[in-house]
Write a protein that binds this ligand. Structure first.
Ligand SMILES: Cc1cc2nc3c(=O)[nH]c(=O)nc-3n(C[C@H](O)[C@H](O)[C@H](O)COP(=O)(O)O)c2cc1C
Length: 286
């Protein structure tokens, strides 16, 4: 028996049964994973951080075939150049878009005029207040314990979420370290009306990454993430591996040079491009 649907402002906006959002993850948050989340009553999100517009077009087409439920997209502002991506997102008649890694000033109004609700990802109170000034419909408040690119000064969700909640009434989706019912309930107790999960979704059966990566996440201890590139932007949290552990003391490196190489999410062996993103997660398996 499935749980009773949850009615709140987030599910009203997303049109889903549950206020559970699958996080955008470059190359990973594609139709296979996102459609499974939608069909289970959550909000599946298609990524744009890969910058691969043609591939993203194909993934959106697949979504239409794999689910008749609403889904959303993330616009990773730092990685999306030109207006093609924006135009494509607008054409999809989506209920919900998340924006990240840049200022929502450039696109909030444009999306809203197309009937799309915009939630912006924020890692600090200052950035939350700026996003609110831009008129966003809601916030994704992300603690520094989350996987992937991060603010160089990470703030834990336990500190950040109540702080931002005390300064605004707009809907908040919490992210960072949420992986189960108790952590979701804790986020709701601190004022969230939804949760976004990355690492947990990455390691699910429906995720497209190699089983070894999923297993590495499942077997990781609480001390098994590293915080990289902290003296620069973007910093990032990744799973501790031989490679990422060696990068950690550097504090500063040209991250994109480190991730150059072949992308192959299904490889059982070290994957150069994913040394970091496998790279981006509380999740790497290299
Ligand atoms: C492997 C991986 C890749 C990610 N890629 C992106 C991305 O492309 N764009 C983005 O906005 N966030 C990205 N994130 C961050 C997630 O969207 C999400 O906010 C984060 O995973 C939440 O923390 P959690 O991993 O503890 O659930 C990524 C996270 C992971 C683990």
């Amino acid at each position: 028996m499935s749980a009773a649907p949850i009615k709140n402002r987030v599910t009203e906006i997303t049109g889903t049964d549950y206020p559970i959002i699958q996080a955008p993850m470059s190359w990973i948050a594609r139709a296979q994973l996102a459609s499974a989340v939608c069909n289970a009553g959550g909000m599946g999100i298609i990524e744009t951080g890969s910058g691969e517009l043609d591939a993203i077009r194909g993934e959106v087409q697949k979504m239409r075939e794999l689910t008749d439920k609403p889904f959303g997209m993330n616009v990773a502002l730092a990685f999306v150049k030109g207006s093609d991506f924006m135009d494509f997102v607008i054409e999809q008649s989506l209920p919900f878009v998340t924006t990240s890694s840049g200022s929502p000033a450039v696109c909030t109004e444009i999306f809203q005029q197309a009937g799309i609700k915009v939630f912006h990802v924020v890692p600090t109170l200052d950035m939350a207040l700026k996003a609110i000034d831009c008129g966003v419909d809601g916030l994704i408040v992300e603690g520094g314990e989350g996987g992937g690119f991060k603010n160089p000064s990470p703030v834990s969700l336990m500190v950040l979420l109540p702080l931002i909640r005390s300064r605004t009434d707009i809907p908040i989706i919490a992210a960072g370290g949420i992986c189960d019912g108790p952590s979701m309930a804790a986020a709701f107790a601190m004022g969230a009306e939804g949760v976004q999960m990355g690492t947990r979704m990455l390691s699910s059966a429906e995720s497209p990454v190699h089983q070894n990566w999923k297993q590495a996440v499942v077997e990781a201890k609480e001390t098994d993430t590293v915080f990289l590139n902290q003296q620069s932007r973007p910093a990032l949290r990744a799973l501790r591996t031989e490679r990422t552990a060696a990068l950690q003391p550097l504090g500063l490196f040209v991250w994109w040079r480190e991730v150059e190489g072949e992308v192959n999410l299904h490889a059982a062996v070290p994957v150069p491009r994913f040394h970091l993103a496998a790279r981006e997660g509380a999740a790497a398996v290299v």
